[in-house]
Design a binder for this molecule. Structure first.
Ligand code: C5P
Length: 199
């Protein structure tokens, strides 16, 4: 198993082929609005048969509504879901929740991400940009091994495979770079999560 989560930003048929091909080789799959619109919410259960599923709806609402949305996808078999960190301090909390604290592209998060990750409370972990490994190292120093770090931005967005893991991430999230050529997952051979073995 390589410490890679494949972002399935592709059509349903292509996604189903890919998860069958990669099920033994990667740590999980990330699915978002596009696939859920196409396949319906049952696609979460379908993909969960092949590996851990992170549902990325980048939820941003008051905690009780956010928690209701997240519970729907957890009931369908997802391990976890991503919410926007700008909700801090009024974030939904829970062991299934990843908080997006900094984007791969420049945003206002750049000014506040450290405040978001400090004293966040009971959540599963953070989404931090894998194309900026210096921030991953900084975050890991602040967090220790209390939280998972998962990191997109590899390949198509400029991050080099493995650099975020070496800086302290647990899993790298990769979309186009692997979708275009699934054999590329071999580039993660021998790399390990910094702290946690499951997404
Ligand atoms: O194709 P690529 O590897 O660039 O896909 C990156 C994935 O990670 C997409 O699904 C995107 O929504 C997601 N993501 C991101 N940057 C963030 C959070 C999530 O690129 N800060």
């Amino acid at each position: 198993m390589n410490p890679v989560i494949v972002a399935l930003d592709i059509s349903l048929l292509k996604a189903l082929d890919l998860v069958k091909m990669l099920r033994e080789k990667v740590a999980g799959f990330k699915i978002g609005w596009e696939l859920i619109f196409e396949g319906g919410i049952s696609i979460v259960s379908e993909i969960s048969r092949y590996g851990n599923v992170i549902v990325d709806l980048k939820v941003a609402d008051v905690p009780h509504i956010a928690n209701r949305v997240i519970n729907k996808v957890i009931e369908k078999g997802a391990c976890c879901a991503i919410v926007h960190g700008f909700l801090y301090p009024s974030l939904p909390r829970g062991e299934n929740i990843y908080v997006l604290a900094k984007m791969t592209a420049p945003t206002l998060y750049d000014e506040v991400w450290e405040r978001i990750i400090e004293n966040v409370g009971e959540i599963r972990g953070f989404v931090l940009p894998g194309n900026q490994p210096e921030f991953i190292s900084r975050a890991r120093k602040i967090l220790g091994c209390k939280y998972r770090i998962i990191s997109p931005g590899i390949g198509a967005q400029g991050g080099q495979p493995g650099n975020a893991l070496r800086a302290g991430a647990d899993f790298e999230i990769v979309g186009r770079y692997v979708v275009e050529n699934p054999d590329r997952v071999a580039e993660w051979t021998g790399l390990r999560p910094a702290c946690f073995n499951t997404p």
